[in-house]
Design a protein around this ligand. Structure first.
Ligand SMILES: N[C@@H](CCC(=O)N[C@@H](CS)C(=O)NCC(=O)O)C(=O)O
Length: 220
């Protein structure tokens, strides 16, 4: 079944929405074929339209089925692989994880618009302004709430103890905090940021992003 899954994604340096389900699939060892569409090129629009009903990525293809939204893809995967526990098992934890993921999916426009993901870029020292810092305040509140209630208390903890879709939904923000800022965070949140950044799958995505930069995709 797994090899029937094809995830269509955008450029790894830029496509924050693509990173989320890609990370879930890699971290949970779900095998898939990857189709990467280079964004921001004259031919990108046609390629996106050919692969995704919305003309946006990510899009998961499973046989005849196309699922064209990051959160919907992760929900589909959670249904396809219940034994992998992509969401926290505890219903209250799962409800909070879903609320946080949905808030990320529909909100935080200040940080998303002002600090676009540039995965391979670090230490740019760009102050985002009050809107960005309002978003960061809310993000830290959410992360802290999850870590305090459901984290293991150890430095290795993810938001709900084990890695889940909720962690993946915030992974592009983890990248942004390395690119821009600096932003002061609590020790607990700093440890979680490190955990996400050091995931083997995040490193693999980062290699892909750097490879794009090295190929000269972002010159000029
Ligand atoms: N709500 C969608 C947003 C998808 C989206 O905006 N994707 C961007 C790339 S990150 C895209 O496809 N842009 C098309 C373009 O750059 O032409 C999701 O969650 O998947």
């Amino acid at each position: 079944m797994a090899n029937d899954l094809t995830l269509v994604i955008g450029s790894k340096n830029l496509s924050s929405w693509s990173l989320r389900p890609w990370l879930v699939m890699k971290a949970f060892d779900i095998s898939f074929n990857e189709v990467l569409i280079r964004l921001d090129q004259p031919e990108s629009r046609a390629a996106l339209k050919a692969h995704s009903p919305s003309g946006l990525v990510p899009c998961l293809r499973h046989g005849e089925l196309a699922i064209w939204d990051s959160l919907a893809i992760t929900e589909y995967l959670a249904e396809l692989y219940p034994e992998k526990k992509l969401w926290p098992e505890n219903p209250s934890a799962r409800a909070l994880a879903r609320s946080m993921s949905a808030e990320m999916h529909s909100g935080f426009s200040n940080i998303r618009d002002t600090w676009p993901m540039e995965f391979a870029r670090e230490g740019a020292q760009v102050w985002g302004g009050p809107g960005v810092h309002k978003d960061i305040g809310r993000l830290q509140y959410l992360w802290n709430e999850a870590l305090e209630a459901y984290g293991t208390g150890e430095d290795t903890s993810f938001l709900f103890g084990e890695f889940s879709i909720a962690d993946a939904m915030f992974a592009p923000v983890v990248s942004r905090l390395r690119t821009y800022g600096p932003v002061r965070v609590s020790t607990r949140i700093a440890a979680w940021l490190e955990n996400i950044w050091n995931l083997p799958a995040m490193k693999e995505w980062g290699q892909g992003a750097r490879h794009e930069v090295d190929k000269g995709w972002y010159k000029g």
